[in-house]
Design a protein around this ligand. Structure first.
Ligand code: TRP
Length: 443
């Protein structure tokens, strides 16, 4: 059984670690193309609302559950009720992150490869057409994505092996502020390009005629993915939050950083896309095909600046992906540490073997990657989120929950907002989540 549970050292450390999990490819790769495909500013508007009203209460529920149970996500629910449903939820908390970690590191591997290419100046030294074809070429060479995936996974597991305080906390505390600096530098470059104004307008000025049921379903789904909800990650990190910490403040701080970073990533990408006269709805290829194309066309006038921006950009992508991947691997490691006598480095090695193997299959066959992504983000994640809110709302005694959320009643503001949060968790979340689950199938 587990020894004394590690905790994060300070509030800043808690927010940085949770933000590290939240801020990732979901923000830099997925969010801009979702905006481009689902109605620009109107999508952004719904996304902001969804984060505040739908995702934040679930985030609070997960952190509270984690801190209360002080055990791995697997045992957090069955610790209080032994029914098979909560055992099943426990299994999902191991399964989902392990699967996400497996394919996520493949995309992390592509980003790593693009970082090396940008360092070699490849995007500015070739024609835009040649550069936008790099992606297809890269994935057709079987060994390259596999090697990159394993390299990325090695870095991830090495950080996890160092532990919560020394590995995860130290790494995130340094990288998250650095990521904000990097992305702000790119935003400054992007919004000052000639013709960039249209992109800024596209992103920030909602055209509500673009709204439909799909916009809502995708915006809520994206917000969930981006905050790493419904996967055991936030429950696990919650269990490392100290008993003195204010749960609401650290949850809201994390949601605000994640939201802010997504909008900054949109402002880094969209104005450049518009300045280059490209349609914004390029889909998942936006990051790996359209952006290098842009670096190349810009490179014709300002090669040095363009090369520097491409390097900074892909370093940011790799680092953001790494901090998220660390959080998913930590879930499995935390489970193994609790259930076996393994040492942390041994548990990390086991996760490396499992995720590295599944990831290599994904790197080899992209259809496996796409299927696992769809299955986890649109199906399993929502099922686990529904189970979690139902558990917290209906199966935990309200008073126990309140005591945990308000630090035994000492936190006045939390005492005051508790009824609202509780109402949202109990009555609004299950309905909203089941609605998007159904929409994902019929839309
Ligand atoms: N939130 C991360 C991102 O935006 C991805 C991620 C990490 C994740 N852990 C997760 C997504 C758990 C869903 C579940 O890139």
């Amino acid at each position: 059984m587990s020894k004394e549970r590690e905790s994060f050292g300070s509030r800043a450390a808690v927010i940085m670690a949770m933000a590290g999990s939240a801020i990732g490819l979901g923000n830099i790769w997925r969010f801009p193309y979702m905006v481009g495909e689902h109605g620009g500013g109107a999508f952004v508007f719904v996304y902001v609302m969804a984060t505040l009203l739908v995702s934040l209460p679930v985030f609070v529920a997960e952190v509270t559950l984690g801190r209360m149970s002080r055990c791995s996500a697997y045992g957090s629910m069955s610790k209080y009720h032994s029914s098979p449903v909560w055992k099943f939820a426990g299994i999902l908390t191991i399964l989902i992150p392990t699967v996400i970690g497996s394919y996520y590191s493949v995309i992390g591997g592509w980003s790593l490869n693009y970082m090396f290419r940008s360092l070699a100046g490849e995007f500015v030294m070739n024609s835009p057409e040649a550069v936008s074809g790099i992606f297809a070429k890269m994935v057709s060479v079987t060994w390259l994505p596999i090697v990159m995936n394993l390299l990325f996974m090695t870095a991830t597991c090495a950080i996890v092996a160092c532990g919560v305080k020394i590995g995860i906390e130290k790494f995130n505390k340094f990288t998250i502020p650095a990521l904000f600096v990097l992305i702000i530098l790119i935003v400054i470059y992007s919004v000052t390009l000639p013709g960039a104004g249209e992109g800024v307008k596209y992103l920030l000025k909602p055209d509500f005629s673009q709204l439909d049921a799909k916009t809502f379903a995708y915006a809520i789904g994206q917000s969930f993915y981006s905050l790493s909800l419904g996967s055991g990650v936030i429950i696990t990190y919650g269990s490392y939050v100290s008993k003195k910490e204010n749960i609401f403040v650290s949850s809201a701080g994390t949601a605000a950083s994640d939201l802010g970073f997504a909008i900054l990533a949109g402002l880094a990408v969209m104005p450049a896309v518009f300045a280059d006269g490209i349609a914004p709805g390029a889909g998942p290829g936006l990051l790996f095909e359209t952006l290098p194309f842009i670096f190349s066309t810009m490179g014709a006038q300002a090669p040095v600046l363009s090369a520097i921006v491409s390097i900074v950009f892909f370093i940011a992508v790799v680092v953001a992906a790494l901090t998220s991947c660390v959080s998913v691997i930590e879930v499995g490691v935390s489970f193994l540490l609790e259930k076996t006598g393994l040492k942390r480095w041994q548990a990390s090695l086991i996760l490396f073997a499992i995720c590295g193997t599944i990831g290599s299959i994904c790197a080899y066959k992209m259809v496996v990657l796409n299927t696992l992504d769809w299955l986890t983000s649109n199906v399993l994640l929502i099922i686990l989120a529904v189970l979690t809110v139902v558990f917290v709302g209906f199966f935990l005694p309200k008073e126990t929950l309140k005591a945990e959320f308000t630090n035994e009643g000492t936190n006045r503001v939390n005492v005051r907002i508790f009824p609202l949060i509780y109402f949202l968790i109990k009555w609004v979340e299950p309905v909203a989540l089941i609605a998007i689950f159904v929409c994902n199938f019929i839309l």
